[in-house]
Each structure stands twice: as structure tokens, then as C-alpha cells.
Design a protein around this ligand. Structure first.
Ligand code: ZN
Length: 299
């Protein structure tokens, strides 16, 4: 088992207080309480104290309009996420930043659940934005249970925040691992292959299907390694390691621009130097880097 280095966007720091989500009166009271704190989001970005995005700007009142997400409580204080528009108020003294910037600037040693808190607010708010109308009858939906449900005002159908599972895998052939690059990656970046799971698949089946489709490599044994919430917009990255049964790469050029086998020395060298425009690795906050670290540690 592998418990080292939790992933950024994991480790939610609050008690989500599920039992309070049905208690509208209590949530109303807390949303009006001076002791509560509010994270403000705008266009998928969150308000931070500093330009580097290390400290969230906790506001002590709710905005006038919009959906409130009850994130939970810690030490008797309630936390909410809410979306605000440009005209809401003066946000000088704060910076709206995207979560990739925040993740990039937060070192693995110093994060303590804050990126997870910010990510959860973003994911739930994004979900509300994309689900304003009932998929069953087309009429307006309403938010409920602290923002964790939308119900149709007409046909009464209920909807819950969705998560899209993606498998991401380190595929091993003897002493080498398989990495590929998509055309949209930054120059030189090679990463673990990844893809959305399909309905009715196990994680193992999804790993085998994706790798075969993208690279022509057949995969045998698959082990789960770790997972990472990925708030762009609401993915769960499921990290796995698998054994290749053949090594001849035949890429699907719709998915990949290139793929290859890399040994541990090549990977260690790039980790040391940072690499160049011909070969570099994913950023350290991505689960692909954790999978590489996991493989490097194996004998
Ligand atoms: Zn409906």
C-alpha cells in the first residue's frame, strides 16, 4: 500500500456536517452569522489574499445574490462557497486566481487541505452553473441541501453533483515506463496515459482499453495506486500501475502526438534538471508525477 504524499486537492480539511444539509433553518442562521466565512468565486477563480495564491481571502459576509454552498465547519466556524459577479462589490485587496496557479505555487510540504477546500467549492459551484435546468422536463431547477442537490420545481426530479472518473496509468515493460504526449501539452511534456472511464467498466478494464486504444500496448495485471480530485471541472483521477504484455507502440494519432518507453535514469535526470523542450515531465501537483515517484521507488 502507498500512503505517502497525499495529492493536492485531496485531504478535505472541514467536517462536511452532512446532517445539517437538510436543516434549512440552521443553514440560514449560519449563513447570516458573523462568525461564518465565505469563499468568493468568479468565473471559476477564487478570491485569494495574495497574488501567489497561498492564502484564501475569507470574507465575513455572504454576497447579496447567488447560490451558497455549505462546505462544512471547523472549530465551530462555518464555511461557505459562493459565486459573485463583477458588479457585486469592490474586490480590491484580493486576487481572483485559478486553481492551477494555486496548486502550482503550493508546495507539497505546506498544503494542509486548503487546495481541497478551494477545489470543492469550485466543483460544486461549476456543477450548479451547468445544471440550471431539469434534464427530464426542461424547467428550472432549484438548489437545496446546502448546495448538494438540485431539484426540479415541476417534475420533482432530483440531481446530485456529478464526478467524472478518469483512469491515469503508469504502464511498465521490464525496466521502462510508457509515457505519451498530446498535441495540447506544453512543449516536451510527456505524461502517463489517461482517459475517461466508460459506463459499465471496472477500473482495470478502463486502463486496458485506454492504453490499447492510444498506444497499441496490451496490459495485463493492474494495481490501483492512489487518486486525486481534479477540479477542471469535476474529475476524479484514478491512478494505477499496469504491466505491459507487448512493447511495440502503435499510437492513435487522434489522441497522442508521440509515446515512448523511458527508463528510470532518464526520468531521474529530468527530475533533477527540469528537462527541456524535447523532454520534460508533468508538474509536481499532478498525479502523473506521483505515479512516476511510486514507480521510481520500486526496486
Ligand atoms: Zn423536471
Amino acid at each position: 500500500m502507498y500512503f505517502e504524499n497525499s495529492c493536492i486537492f485531496g485531504e478535505f480539511p472541514l467536517d462536511p456536517c452532512d446532517h445539517l444539509r437538510r436543516n434549512e433553518e440552521e443553514l440560514e442562521k449560519r449563513s447570516a452569522s458573523k462568525s461564518s466565512r465565505f469563499l468568493y468565486y468568479r468565473n471559476g477563480e477564487v478570491l485569494m489574499e495574495d497574488e501567489a495564491g497561498l492564502i484564501p481571502k475569507f470574507i465575513s459576509h455572504a454576497p447579496h445574490n447567488g447560490i451558497l454552498i455549505f462546505l462544512g465547519e471547523q472549530a465551530g466556524r462555518s464555511y461557505f462557497a459562493c459565486s459573485v459577479d463583477q458588479s457585486e462589490e469592490d474586490f480590491s485587496g484580493g486576487y481572483f486566481l485559478d486553481l492551477r496557479t494555486i496548486a502550482r505555487n503550493t508546495s507539497e510540504n505546506e498544503f494542509s487541505g486548503i487546495p481541497s477546500l478551494l477545489a470543492r467549492g469550485k466543483m460544486v459551484l461549476d456543477w450548479h452553473d451547468r445544471n440550471r435546468f431539469c434534464a427530464n422536463c426542461g424547467l428550472q431547477n432549484e438548489s437545496g441541501r446546502g448546495g448538494y442537490i438540485r431539484h426540479c420545481t415541476s417534475c420533482k426530479k432530483e440531481y446530485f453533483p456529478r464526478i467524472d472518473p478518469v483512469v491515469i496509468m503508469m504502464i511498465i515493460w521490464k525496466d521502462k515506463c510508457l509515457l505519451g504526449r498530446s498535441a495540447h501539452f506544453k512543449p516536451g511534456v510527456y505524461s502517463a496515459l489517461a482517459g475517461f472511464m466508460e459506463q459499465g467498466e471496472t477500473i482495470e478494464e478502463a486502463v486496458r482499453r485506454e492504453v490499447l486504444e492510444e498506444s497499441g500496448i496490451r496490459v495485463g495485471h493492474v494495481d490501483y495506486v492512489k487518486s486525486q480530485p481534479w477540479p477542471f471541472p469535476s474529475t476524479l483521477m484514478i491512478g494505477a500501475i499496469g504491466e505491459a504484455l507487448n512493447n511495440h507502440i502503435d499510437i492513435d494519432s487522434d489522441e497522442l502526438e508521440d509515446a515512448g518507453w523511458f527508463d528510470k535514469n532518464q526520468i531521474r535526470e529530468v527530475l533533477k534538471t527540469g528537462g527541456n523542450d524535447k523532454f520534460r515531465l508533468p508538474e509536481k501537483f499532478a498525479i502523473a508525477r506521483h505515479l512516476l515517484d511510486y514507480w521510481l521507488r520500486q526496486a
